[in-house]
Design a protein around this ligand. Structure first.
Ligand SMILES: *Cc1c(COP(=O)(O)O)cnc(C)c1O
Length: 396
């Protein structure tokens, strides 16, 4: 049957057209080939200021070597779920490294950060339990809350007092307080000390999603607990991290109390019903953890460059959300002007796409610039110049 006459396909087509009319059309746009942060996008050479490869590790020769060697020695697939025959020596060793990295009693490594959040929330709570969650938490946390079938209460962004009230005012056998450590679209940090106090006060477990903090925040890149001087709490906080951003590879991990990790091994469906990550993926993460210590300049540089970009944006009169760090969101507002600005930027050779609903709330569309250690100071100036020109062109 032709698409237009198939009833279900006609409905889908109608839905797609309505999204396009609202400026919400999306496309999978190939980026690359790349040399450092210079990429091709639709035939145009661009400075890439998107993505989350904060330390520039995804093209590090040592990681490529580790992946190739693991593929040759150990194979390209693990062949089964972690609970069947998929747990290899390399998984066990990596989990020891990850626990040590975070100073936590135990760790568990999963295929992606998304699946790790499914595990860390839906693997710990169910009916009769309570989850208290920040309104700007990542979509994977929102999905995990829904999957868990626990009672879910949402508090205003970063409002730890509201979180404490919700935790105290509602029953739950197990209570979780869940927050991004660094928020993915706004780039701001959670009030971690206050959240920890709220969790302790209510006998709740604090779950921090450090997807954007791992490798970037804290003197040694250990994440948001280290940044706030709370590393000693690593034995009681459930920390989620991703290996797909600053670590330049793929996968996610949970660290925390032994009881938490043991529970996930028994209950986390995103661990049990998927094939274990293959050896090359594991080897990349293990090597990236070593590089974090061997090449601290990457972390220092990403923060220096972020400050340079933020200062320039402030001088240029742009509305930048949040205070520090490599996620630099320039708030525009509605979808159409944001899309126009992103397009004008791309024509000027800078690729930083527009963020629209449902990724951000309606009326809060933005250009989300990200900075990496692979950028040069001059790249920040280039981006600032391009943005100023693009804003003039579209009348902002
Ligand atoms: C990217 C991201 C994830 C998912 O990690 P992947 O490894 O890409 O699946 C989870 N949480 C937050 C806050 C993120 O930004």
């Amino acid at each position: 049957m032709a698409a237009a006459t198939h009833p279900a396909l006609a409905v889908l087509q109608g839905r797609l057209s309505r999204m396009a009319e609202q400026g919400l059309a999306r496309a999978l746009r190939p980026v690359g080939p790349a040399t450092g942060p210079r990429v091709q996008v639709e035939g145009r050479q661009c400075l890439l200021m998107a993505g989350n490869d904060y330390l520039g590790l995804s093209r590090h020769p040592e990681l490529a070597r580790a992946a190739a060697e693991a593929a040759r020695k150990l194979g390209t697939g693990s062949g089964a779920s972690r609970l069947v025959s998929g747990t290899l020596d390399c998984h066990a060793r990596l989990e020891q490294d990850l626990a040590r990295f975070k100073g936590a009693p135990a760790a568990l490594y999963l295929a992606t950060g998304y699946m790790t959040n499914l595990a860390a929330v839906a693997g710990l709570v169910g009916p009769g339990d309570l989850v208290v969650s920040d309104e700007l938490n990542h979509a994977s946390i929102i999905d995990a809350c829904r999957l868990s079938r626990a009672r879910v209460l949402v508090y205003p962004h970063r409002d730890h007092r509201a979180a404490a009230r919700l935790l105290a005012g509602h029953p739950g056998q197990v209570k979780l307080l869940v927050s991004d450590g660094v928020f993915s679209m706004d780039g701001d940090l959670a009030p971690v000390p206050e959240l920890l106090a709220a969790a302790r006060g209510a006998g709740a477990l604090l779950v921090l999603d450090d997807a954007h903090a791992t490798g970037v925040w804290g003197e040694r890149g250990r994440g948001s607990l280290e940044h706030f001087g709370l590393e000693s709490a690593a034995g009681e906080v459930v920390v989620v991290g991703t290996c797909s951003k600053a670590l330049g590879g793929m996968g996610g991990f949970v660290t925390g109390p032994r009881e938490v990790i043991d529970t996930l091994v028994h209950r986390a469906r995103s661990l049990m019903y998927t094939t274990a990550p293959p050896p090359p993926q594991v080897a990349v993460v293990a090597e990236a953890l070593r590089l974090l210590d061997r090449e601290p300049w990457r972390r220092q540089r990403v923060h220096q460059l972020s400050r340079r970009l933020r200062q320039g944006l402030a001088r240029g009169g742009f509305m930048v959300l949040s205070g520090e760090g490599p996620i630099v969101p320039v708030l525009v507002g509605e979808t159409e002007p944001t899309l126009a600005l992103a397009l004008a930027l791309w024509r000027r050779g800078v690729y930083a796409p527009a963020m629209r609903p449902p990724t951000v709330p309606p009326g809060r569309c933005r250009i989300r610039f990200t900075v990496t250690a692979a950028h040069q100071p001059g790249d920040m100036d280039l981006a600032l110049e391009a943005l100023a020109g693009a804003a003039r062109e579209v009348g902002l």
